[in-house]
Design a protein around this ligand. Structure first.
Ligand code: NAI
Length: 248
């Protein structure tokens, strides 16, 4: 997929060290964009050393550190016009009675509140330019139960609500916000499913109408479209990329 519009834009991506976020970083760099990449893990060796990439180490649950990392990236590459709020983690599929307050707050802080902090940091400059796009990572767990445990499912449902309200409040001022809801994507987050004899991964594939897992690049390709001007009239939506999981 080739887009001619990313060459002069700065993209901010959280969760940039692994899986879907890493694929998004690579996809936008391939399009010639500048990328501010944020993660608590160091820069992966597969990412190129280039003036177009500003890699910032930060824990997204640490608000001052996250805001400082965003600012450091902006100082190098300029204000982002596109944000991919991708950082997130699973909750071990635990029901509420197996979830203590600390675990609940950790999942909410990582998956949901980080998106709020990033958004409020970059939105004022976007409004000043009358242009800004958010691609927020939800999940099929944002639409149905069973894609995670109590905390993860609550966080992913909340991301969808937050994204709709964000879009509603600012759509008239040049802002677009949408969610992606991935199903089974083969990333380190799901390494446990592939461990051992890989029976769990095989079961997930067999339960998926498309009969396979997807690669993170497929989610990055969807991101490129959703962030582009070709999607200019797409507002406040949730796009599943799940091999048909939700149609059952
Ligand atoms: P991953 O585990 O491969 O990557 C997640 C990245 O987020 C890692 O680089 C990790 O270091 C970073 N991260 C996590 N907590 C952080 C923190 N506190 N501070 C800074 N960075 C932090 O996982 P994957 O699969 O790429 O997931 C990306 C997003 O996609 C997540 O929001 C996840 O919930 C969502 N998703 C993934 C699905 C899948 O099947 N892989 C399905 C549905 C949603």
């Amino acid at each position: 997929m080739r887009f001619d519009e990313y060459r002069d834009q700065t993209i901010l991506i959280t969760g940039a060290a692994s899986g879907i976020g890493l694929a998004q970083v690579q996809a936008f760099l391939d399009q010639g964009a500048r990328v501010i990449a944020i993660d608590r893990q160091p820069q992966p060796s597969c990412l190129p050393v280039t003036v177009k990439l500003s890699y910032q180490l930060a824990d997204v649950t640490d608000a001052p550190a996250l805001i400082a990392a965003i600012q450091a990236g902006i100082d190098v590459l300029g204000q982002p016009s596109i944000v991919c709020n991708t950082a997130g983690k699973l909750d071990g599929y635990q029901p509420t009675l197996a979830t203590d307050l600390a675990a609940w707050q950790d999942i909410l802080a990582t998956d949901l509140t980080s998106q709020f902090i990033v958004t409020n940091k970059v939105l004022p400059a976007m409004l000043a330019q009358n242009h800004g796009v958010f691609v927020n990572m939800a999940s099929i767990a944002g639409l149905v139960g069973g894609g995670g445990g109590a905390a993860y499912t609550a966080a992913k449902h909340a991301i969808i609500g937050y994204t709709k309200q964000l879009d509603l409040d600012y759509a008239g001022q040049g802002i677009r916000a949408n969610c992606i809801a991935p199903g089974a994507i083969e990333t380190p987050m799901n390494a446990a499913d592939f461990a051992g004899d890989g029976k769990m991964a095989a079961w997930v594939a067999s339960e998926t109408p498309a009969k396979r897992w997807a690669q993170p690049q497929e989610v990055a390709d969807l991101t490129l479209f959703l962030a582009s001007r070709h999607a200019d009239y797409i507002h406040g939506t949730v796009t599943p990329i799940d091999g048909g999981w939700l149609e059952k």
